[in-house]
Design a protein around this ligand. Structure first.
Ligand code: NAD
Length: 294
């Protein structure tokens, strides 16, 4: 059992903190939003008066915040408030540059640090089946691993500081591009008189096979559990897909990588989100592509 503080008890952080409580840890927490605080209290999290109070005697601190600027701003005070040698795990999805700032500031303050963004969404957070992609020293990873395993089922050490965030945005750039590719193929198939099921049966066992098709099919029918069968309620909202694609493009610009399809996917998701679809599941972009096809 460890003393663990979770800062950011939102859609992801709340259930993750709940799983740490279930695993027998003493979990303290803090969030700025009263509704999230109450939901976390109901999961057995000891709510602190402030973020600094929550980390005061923590051995491990998990942050699950919206973006890089939140993480850098919040951890500045937390690094000063926590006992020296605390392991800070940032599981938010943030830009690589802010992740590196988090590591440098944490290490300068005498702490261990790990960037450990997740994939698996709210369902994975609730069911403790998240994938964690980790960046940091082997020592920080070794300490974090058993705790992360209580919130997830696959824990990967991707490399040093920032490598977890790099893996996350590269993966999600593949996802955004491949979802658009699958949607375009279904819309073209419709125009050519091909049924959804026929295209699915062929492509799912041919070279077009990919996760966007066989685990998250964007048309109703072939996969009853996919969001297409419930009016594109998320799932994984288009706004979050856009956030991750924008992070990939920011990183590509800084690193000098050519990502023409990533850039196109970011533009298409920006237009889709701007037209009132930010809260829809990201696979709902098929409806918008169909409309554009005229
Ligand atoms: P969320 O908005 O539900 O939760 C974020 C929480 O942080 C909010 O409750 C907010 O009040 C709190 N917060 C902001 N600043 C704070 C501060 N200074 N101190 C304390 N609390 C503060 O977002 P979420 O869906 O839980 O996502 C969290 C992170 O996980 C994001 O970076 C997101 O991109 C990433 N992520 C989300 C999903 C998903 O499906 N929701 C999947 C993978 C990764």
């Amino acid at each position: 059992m460890a003393k663990i503080a979770v800062i950011g008890l939102g859609n992801m952080g709340g259930p993750m903190a709940g799983n740490l409580v279930k695993a027998g840890h003493a979990v303290s927490g803090f969030d700025l939003a009263p509704a999230m605080v109450e939901a976390a209290r109901a999961r057995g999290v000891a709510i602190a008066e402030s973020a600094a109070d929550a980390v005061r005697d923590a051995e491990i601190v998990v942050t699950m915040l919206p973006s890089g600027k939140h993480v850098v701003a919040a951890t500045e005070g937390l690094f000063a408030a926590a006992p020296k040698g605390t392991l800070f795990i940032d599981s938010s999805t943030i830009d690589v540059a802010s992740a590196r700032t988090f590591h440098e500031a944490g290490r300068a303050a005498g702490h261990e640090t790990l960037d450990a963004p997740v994939s698996g969404g709210v369902g994975g957070a609730e069911g403790a089946t998240l994938t964690f992609m980790c960046g940091g020293t082997p020592e920080a990873f070794a300490t974090a691993q058993p705790v992360l395993a209580q919130m997830g089922k696959k824990i990967v050490h991707c490399g040093d500081a920032g490598a977890g965030q790099a893996a996350k945005i590269c993966n999600n750039m593949i996802l955004g591009i491949s979802m658009i590719g699958v949607c375009e193929a279904f819309v073209l198939g419709e125009k050519l008189g091909l049924s959804h099921q026929a295209l699915y049966d062929v492509a799912s066992t041919s070279s077009g096979q990919c996760w966007s098709l066989t685990s998250y099919c964007p048309v109703p029918g072939p996969l009853p559990a996919s969001p297409a069968n419930r009016g594109y309620a998320p799932g994984f909202a288009a706004a979050l897909m856009l956030k991750d694609l924008n992070l990939s493009q920011e990183a590509a610009g800084q690193a000098g990588a050519s990502t023409a399809l990533g850039a196109a996917a970011a533009e298409l998701y920006a237009a889709f989100a701007d037209e009132g679809n930010a809260g829809k599941d990201f696979s709902g972009i098929i409806e918008w592509i169909r409309t554009r096809a005229g």
